[in-house]
Design a protein around this ligand. Sequence first.
Ligand code: AFP
Length: 359
Amino acid sequence: MHLGRTTLSKFLIQQLNTRSDGGKLAALLVDVAAAIKAIAAMTARGALGASLGVTAARNASGEEQKPLDVESNTALLRYCEWGGLVAGMASEEMEEPYAVPEQYQRGPFLLIFDPLDGSSNIDLNVSVGTIFSVLEHPGEAAPTTADFLQPGVKQVAAGYAIYGPATMLVLTVGQGTHGFTLDREIGNFILTHPNLQIPADTSEFAINTSNERFWEPPVQRYVEECKAGKTGIRGRDFNMRWIASMVAEVHRILVRGGVFMYPRDTKTPGVHGRLRLMYEANPIGWIIEQAGGMASTGRGRILEVQPDKLHQKIAAIIGSKNEIERIERYHHEFDSGTDQPYTSPLFSERGLYRPEARR
Ligand code: AFP
């Protein structure tokens, strides 16, 4: 066993030593990591645990809750509420923010999380994850919902865990994106992937193509061009992957490049995307940016979007820089009516996106 390895706590102490509240932020991230280890143990039991199937409950977005969604949520609350580090927490699985119980001290941070992302995969033994984001609490009193509604540029830490063949924790505190692997024998996260960098170009994309008819034309155009491969204007073949677990998708992109899209669509009237701004898009967006990639709605930087609701959904197009710039250009050309003629049926005379239907 190599004893000189960098553990998560050592790494955080070194990275955060210039912040006046760096010790507290490091301690909070160590608590989050402890919750993640507990969730890793629960998910690893698979069918041997009693946590597969669904509960009768639904979350704030009306989706079925699995027992492991609820247990992972509870793990994060219990591990992080007691230490005087958070003023409150908000979760994809809870309608309202969670106030720190009276017996504990309130701390300077707000913790936001999706306790088990990709939970539709749990029963299939496919990778799932946890996503989290840390903000400063702007006040002294118990936080209100409004205190949580800060744009992603205000995050002071963000990360995700992936429960795959190995459990990994990937995080940023604004000085690059770094990956840690859980050493199960000693119970520590060890720095194994320092300074992850996403290649600027890629030939791989991830999107749920069953939604194709609901996409906007710029996304239609991009995907059509990728699918045309060598025979089209891109002049090279692309590959496509879809795991239905954003964390697993993003992890692949961090390691070998790619584009992940859950774009704006017309599937559910009035809802402009599938992913949650505060629980998924902001933390993942910052991690991607810190690794040299981009995170966009198609029309601008995700991290600059001012949230107006805790459970707000948003379009997310993230990954390799040159590809995201191209997709943003396609949106701009579409919005300004300067895009090229396109043969998709959606553009036909009776199509959904006739020129006069454009905003
Ligand atoms: P769940 O956590 O409810 O499974 O949602 C996962 C997710 O938000 C994201 O991780 C996936 O990319 C996306 O949903 C998958 O959605 P599809 O149902 O369109 O495959």
